[in-house]
Design a protein around this ligand. Structure first.
Ligand code: G4P
Length: 529
């Protein structure tokens, strides 16, 4: 083993932090991302990330979305250097862009930042994304945003994290006043106060104090706010969870930071602490056992997302690869493990804010975009070690369903080919009915996936499709003896997935629970067995 390469890998891996920001739309993800990029010097102008977002959502016409993809491709991963760290932020599309890709992207992250609007608390999309992170056991850091607005009481928010998400939390800082009264935050770890100053809160002053009883706080914040602060912090000291890094790293305890992204308040403290506490690129499971990036010098990685290219007339796409071990060098040859062929990685791209650069070297934790003339599928592994396969991508349980049929029956062959390929690529999941007519049902997690499907069927396979939305919201794979469609008639239906596994679709949670109680001999699974 070449010790110089291992040394280089150690250095590069140790300084990397690869994470995703998970949030419900409007919590302030774009704003926070922009502030982080500003700290890293990756963008110079406040407003540039926002302008892009506005562009992206100006239209829902798919042709337009597709054009905008060129822009969103470059924003899928944002890389910058800050305080000796190399930071990779993965974009997790929300709004109408929400799709299975959003979930898959989370598999490429080593930690997540959960952004919560102080007034709204834990919202639907946050719950879904949180659960995916939970399943992977990655550490989750919480940023409670919009502290300059009236919102929920911090204790109430902590309670909500526990009740709704089932995770305990430890506040790293604590607000001194909130909303209109917001005067600053008290940093519990460093025993210092960060004060908001000026009418427009444009100035931030940091002052070291002995502890929260330091009279200097009273001088700065006044009696009323200080009394509340002392009362809250005493309660936290007695009844709150102590900070425990092992629990944080195991995803059992989430550190909370309070702040206001748009005012840049609490953002730097958050970034500094986060980079200290968040894990470096982690070891990953493979068919060759656990691959630790600090010990393996052979290059390996897996494709977690494939994005259609700007020009829909060309079928070329970009495959996003998460590097798991070794050093990537432009032009290197690696094995495409699924088809056993050697391929040369000659034109990889890296993504930094707005510019797309050709990348010469990259290390574990980095994401590179590979030009894909149609050779990659989601989940493919590339490796210098033959047969090393990462199994990082589960199928996610679809939540929106639609019957699909073809307008012109003469095109059936192309239709079938399109369905097969788009299923393999992970654009959609496909099911067939068990009623005897073999109708096709598509399942997705985000509406956008249907739009992509229809558009690509037309553009790439010349097939016009008809979609008929179905009322189902949940899918569970079932195993057991004597599975009979007649048992699943009311608010449910029994279908088969591509491999012939039985799947029950339910209209609502009540129907699902009823079925589970009624048929205790069956196993109901969230993903394919
Ligand atoms: P998203 O990407 O999560 O969807 O959220 P985004 O950053 O676009 O923020 C949503 C709205 O919340 C924006 O307002 C943004 O300015 C605002 N916001 C973000 N952080 C804070 C904060 O700390 N305090 C307050 N008061 N507002 C915040 P908007 O009116 O939708 O857009 P804009 O007019 O500001 O562009």
């Amino acid at each position: 083993m070449s010790s110089t390469l291992i040394k280089e890998l150690k250095q590069e891996v140790n300084k990397r932090r690869t994470f995703a920001i998970i949030a419900h739309p409007d919590a302030g993800k774009t704003t926070l991302t922009e502030k982080l990029l500003l700290f890293g010097g990756a963008i110079r102008l406040a407003g540039s990330v926002k302008a892009r977002k506005a562009n992206r959502h100006a239209t829902s016409d798919w042709m337009e979305i597709e054009k905008q993809r060129g822009i969103s491709v470059t924003s899928s991963v944002m890389q910058f250097d800050y305080a000796g760290h190399r930071v990779n932020i993965l974009d997790t599309p929300g709004h109408q862009d929400f799709s299975e890709d959003t979930y898959r992207t989370l598999t490429a992250a080593d930690s997540a930042v959960m952004l919560i609007d102080v007034a709204k608390g834990v919202e639907v999309q946050t719950i879904k994304l949180f659960q995916v992170c939970r399943q992977r056991g990655i550490p989750i850091f919480t940023f409670i945003n919009k502290l300059d607005r009236e919102g929920k009481n911090p204790f109430e928010l902590m309670e909500e994290l526990e009740q709704v998400l089932g995770i305990r939390s430890v506040p790293m800082n604590w607000p001194i006043g909130m909303g209109h009264d917001l005067c600053g935050v008290y940093d519990r770890m460093k025993s210092q106060v960060e004060l908001f100053q000026g009418d427009d809160h444009s100035k931030i002053v940091v002052k070291k104090v002995a502890d929260y009883n330091d009279p200097a706080i009273r001088e700065m914040a006044g009696d009323h706010l200080t009394d509340q602060l002392v009362e809250d912090l005493e309660l936290l000291d007695v009844a709150g969870d102590p900070f425990d890094l092992d629990k944080v790293l195991a995803g059992e305890l989430t550190p909370i930071f309070f702040g206001s992204a748009v005012n840049n308040f609490g953002v730097q403290t958050f970034l500094d602490n986060f980079l200290q506490l968040a894990p470096k690129p982690s070891a990953r499971n493979s068919t060759q056992g656990i691959i630790d990036p600090l010990e393996n010098e052979k290059f390996s990685g897996y494709v977690f997302k494939i994005q259609a290219n700007m020009n829909p007339a060309h079928r070329d796409r970009i495959a996003f690869l998460r590097i798991c071990s070794g050093k990537f060098e432009r032009g290197m040859s690696v094995k495409h493990v699924r088809n056993g062929k050697d391929i040369k990685l000659s034109q990889p791209q890296q993504f930094l804010a707005q510019d797309r650069d050709i990348v010469d070297v990259a290390y574990p934790g980095d994401i590179i975009g590979l030009f894909d003339p149609g050779i990659f599928r989601i989940g493919d592994s590339l490796s210098q070690t033959a047969d090393l396969v990462y199994n990082e991508l589960p199928t996610f349980s679809p939540e929106i369903f639609s019957k699909v049929s073809i307008k012109n029956a003469l095109k059936y062959k192309q239709f079938q080919k399109g369905i097969d390929q788009l299923t393999e690529e992970g654009t959609i999941q496909v099911f067939t009915t068990t009623s005897g007519f073999d109708e096709l049902i598509l399942g997705v997690v985000g509406q956008l996936q249907f739009e992509v499907f229809e558009y690509r069927m037309r553009a790439e396979y010349g097939v016009e499709t008809m979609m008929q939305r179905m009322p189902y919201q949940f899918a569970r794979w079932i195993t057991g003896d004597k599975i009979d469609p007649a048992k699943f008639r009311i608010n449910t239906t029994l279908v088969k997935d591509k491999k012939g596994n039985f799947v029950v679709l339910f209209e609502n949670e009540y129907a699902m629970r009823t079925a589970m109680e009624k048929f205790p001999d069956y196993q109901f699974l969230e993903t394919a067995p």
